[in-house]
Design a protein around this ligand. Structure first.
Ligand SMILES: O[C@H]1[C@H](O)[C@@H](O)[C@H](O)[C@@H](O)[C@H]1O
Ligand SMILES: [Fe+2]
Ligand SMILES: [Fe+2]
Length: 308
């Protein structure tokens, strides 16, 4: 059966033809009757932040450098396909969203040079920064859950190298826009002539929906929420691409993008400011904030246990 196009599809097609992609989200919001601010517009909240102290990988401690050396060596195309098949084959746990947040709080992320607070704290700080800027409730919810995929660490992950850290495309040449690019020399795909070309196993403009990102917490939570929530596409993209810094920050992989990816990129960039720069905010109080966020969880995901 052919899927009837929605208004947003027409808007997207028209805007794309006219090459007005940056105005597209406004147009979509207006047509949907959303009076709220353009969620993908530049954020207010980081305007006065000193951004120079974040993501200083050259000066990072050995814990971070060792983490990436291991990750870049082991994230091969073959591994990527195997882990996807394994994870699909069974359900690892049944848990509500809030239970997942509490469990995640036990984790210390070895890849992160910037945060010294716990994971619940980071999730609430991200969500609260989005909320303070008056962004839509689904985006606040995305802030709240975006790192829950790190629960993989408790579900038999081989280490942290296949859970946390920045992501990149596997199945084509490793971009030199990825941090510590030299460490890919330890990865067998680096030497594989079928893989190490600009497009590798992909075709130009194939769209990021059709490429394999290195395995980790983004792909995992994206897949769970795609199946078990009503979060809109831009929100799902914020989940899937939030660690994809070589793309959303450094501008790599444009040759694999399609028109829709330009819309998603703008959304992901808007989200990134909150994820990264809220790490220096004041602590948030989980008990006080819980009732508000339970309302958002109920609206888009449900209060029931999810399959993890
Ligand atoms: O170290 C961090 C951390 O693991 C984040 O959760 C991830 O999203 C970032 O991309 C990464 O750099
Ligand atoms: Fe993350
Ligand atoms: Fe995060």
């Amino acid at each position: 059966m052919v899927h009837a196009p929605e208004i947003t599809d027409y808007v997207k097609t028209a805007a794309t033809k006219l090459d007005v992609v940056s105005d597209e989200v406004d147009a979509v919001n207006i047509l949907k009757g959303n009076k709220e601010v353009d969620f993908a517009a530049e954020s207010q909240f980081d305007a006065e932040k000193d951004k120079t102290g974040f993501r200083q990988y050259e000066e990072a401690c050995d814990r971070v450098k060792n983490f990436y050396a291991e990750q870049h060596k082991k994230q091969t195309l073959e591994y990527n396909i195997r882990i996807r098949e394994e994870l699909q084959a069974k359900v690892r746990a049944s848990m509500t969203v809030w239970e997942a947040m509490e469990l995640l709080n036990e984790l210390v992320d070895e890849s992160d040079p910037d945060t010294s607070v716990g994971q619940i704290e980071h999730l609430l700080q991200t969500a609260e920064a989005i909320r303070r800027d008056g962004k839509p409730d689904w985006m606040q919810l995305v802030g709240l859950i975006h790192d829950l995929g790190k629960l993989l660490c408790f579900f038999g992950a081989e280490g942290q190298w296949d859970v946390v850290g920045d992501t990149f495309v596997v199945g084509c040449k490793f971009s030199d826009k990825i941090i510590y690019p030299d460490t890919f020399k330890a990865n067998p795909d680096y030497y594989d002539e079928k893989i190490n070309t600009e497009c590798g196993i992909y075709s130009p403009g194939c769209g990021l929906d059709n490429v394999l990102l290195s395995w980790g917490h983004d792909e995992y939570i994206f897949n769970i929420m795609k199946k078990q929530s009503t979060i809109p596409k831009e929100g799902l993209s914020m989940l899937r691409y939030h660690s994809f810094y070589p793309w959303h920050r450094e501008g790599a992989y444009t040759h694999l993008m399609n028109e829709d990816d330009k819309v998603q990129l703008r959304a992901v960039q808007a989200f990134n400011a909150y994820d990264l720069y809220s790490k220096s905010d004041d602590l948030a109080d989980a008990a006080t904030l819980k009732p508000y966020y339970m309302g958002l969880i109920e609206k888009y995901i449900g209060l029931n246990e999810l399959e993890w």
